[in-house]
Write a protein that binds this ligand. Structure first.
Ligand SMILES: [Zn+2]
Length: 461
């Protein structure tokens, strides 16, 4: 008797699931068709990169970007759109960064100008610059081994970028620590400046900036990232036994903190309005190039999901927040403020997704969730295959949504497109609109929208 009851029940569940899956597949196809038929994401990226340009937190262009973001959100008629204020650091480059090296060859002095960018948050050298003999190190261990030779030198960190690692983000995780810590670890032993190999595999000579962090216990010495062709030259000269002299002249300055804003739009949930789903990217960029892949792509993909949902008349069960974060690059104050306010208001945040790995072709979605969440993800995977998501990681997230997990234990996901070319452009003058492919950009938005739709419909954990 029991069996007779259970079998029809199981059968019903099976049929319902199959119907759901078909409906989901149909709706995701509608999302895809809508996004592939619209050029709004690409046009929005053009405006952000070409009409506004790069936009470091605290800069006048970031204010323009915030106003633009709010206007664009409103154009797509969310239930709500607003700015969320937060204090952000205000670093300025202050002028052109200059570095030269010289050495003596056959009685003649050879001077060579390096292609450099001061590291973000670094303090300038003063108008005269610093000039000193170069000490080359290959790692922090090497620096420690040579600590008695550091005093009065400019330390050249000729470190690799993980050529043999397949995922360049793994290289970045391993080696970006040098950018953060090299200046203070060198100043500890009396260095007067730092030259750092750019964090990249690129074959061009664009230097790659990015944030450094001074330890207040040591002098704040100037520090620059060097283009890779110039690094190759310096390595060669050093290997030939030439004693290099270097000059570094930079003008960076940290001004008092100022007001920045997260730009937020909402679609109100019809069944569970008090449950929040966040999707976002960061609106700020470094002060070079146009911030196209980092993270103009994530910004316009986020906006695109709102546009497509509205165009399809989609009414979410849960409240969806579309967030353009204020300050990922040199302080994370936007993401921190967003999570702190959510905590203060006792909001229930069930999921957050960030796109901050470039506008490249889809490959992977990484999700940090428990076993219940992962079981759902497993059942959804087939829905993504035709949109180029070929792998799923059981860990993922993004810098701006990290604080949501730390404060509220929110499950996180990161959209992880193909990353082989990301570090060719990351934090350089070369991160421009032209480097983003319209199809790849749109496919990213489709997969992100599909994931938001599924989590909205079924919940995650
Ligand atoms: Zn970024």
């Amino acid at each position: 008797m029991r069996k007779l009851v259970i079998i029809p029940m199981l059968f019903t569940v099976f049929i319902t699931k199959a119907q759901d899956s078909t409906q989901d597949s149909i709706f995701i196809k509608r999302i895809a068709t809508n996004i592939l038929s619209s050029n709004d994401a690409y046009d929005n990226l053009w405006h952000l990169t070409k009409k506004i340009g790069n936009r470091l937190a605290g800069s006048p262009t970031m204010v323009k970007a915030e106003n633009w973001g709010l206007d664009v959100f409103k154009r797509y008629q969310p239930d709500n759109a607003y700015l969320q204020a937060c204090m952000v650091p205000h670093w300025v480059r202050g002028g052109k960064d200059v570095s030269t090296v010289s050495f003596t060859e056959k009685g003649k002095t050879i001077n060579y100008t390096l292609n450099v960018l001061a590291l973000g948050n670094s303090q300038g050298s003063g108008p005269k610059g610093v000039k000193a003999p170069v000490l080359t190190v290959k790692s922090f261990d090497d620096l420690e081994a040579k600590k008695d030779q550091v005093k009065g030198r400019i330390v050249f960190f000729d470190i690799p970028f993980g050529d043999t690692l397949i995922n360049p983000f793994e290289s970045y995780r391993v080696y970006a620590g040098y950018r953060g810590a090299a200046p203070s670890r060198s100043a500890k032993y009396g260095a007067v400046g730092v030259l750092l190999r750019s964090m990249s595999h690129s074959t061009d000579n664009f230097p790659h900036t990015g944030a450094t962090r001074y330890n207040d216990s040591f002098p704040k010495i100037p520090a620059v990232a060097v283009g890779l062709k110039d690094v190759a030259k310096m390595s060669k000269w050093a290997a030939e036994g030439k004693q290099l002299m270097a000059l570094i002249r930079t003008n960076g300055k940290m001004l008092p903190d100022t007001i920045g804003h997260n730009v937020i739009a909402e679609l109100k949930g019809t069944e569970f309005p008090d449950e929040y789903i966040t999707v976002g990217g960061h609106l700020d960029s470094w002060d070079v190039g146009e911030g196209a892949h980092d993270d103009g792509a994530g910004v316009v993909q986020t906006i695109e999901i709102l546009r497509a949902f509205k165009a399809l008349g989609y009414q979410p069960k849960r409240t969806i927040r579309f967030v353009l974060f204020a300050n990922e690059e040199n302080g994370l104050k936007g993401g921190t403020k967003y999570a702190e306010e959510a905590q203060a208001k006792k909001e229930k945040h069930i999921f957050a997704l960030e796109s901050d790995a470039g506008g490249f072709t889809p490959r992977t979605i990484g999700i940090s969730t428990n076993d219940t969440g992962w079981a759902k993800v497993e059942s959804w995977k087939k829905l993504f295959a035709q949109y180029n998501i070929s792998s799923w990681d059981r860990s993922g997230g993004g810098a701006d949504i990290g604080p949501l997990n730390r404060l509220l234990k929110t499950p996180l996901a990161g959209y992880e497109p193909d990353s082989q070319r990301y570090f060719d452009f990351h934090h350089t003058d070369n991160d421009r609109f032209e480097m983003v492919n319209i199809r790849e950009l749109k496919l990213g938005a489709i997969n992100m929208a599909a994931l938001i739709y599924l989590v909205d419909k079924y919940g995650l954990e």
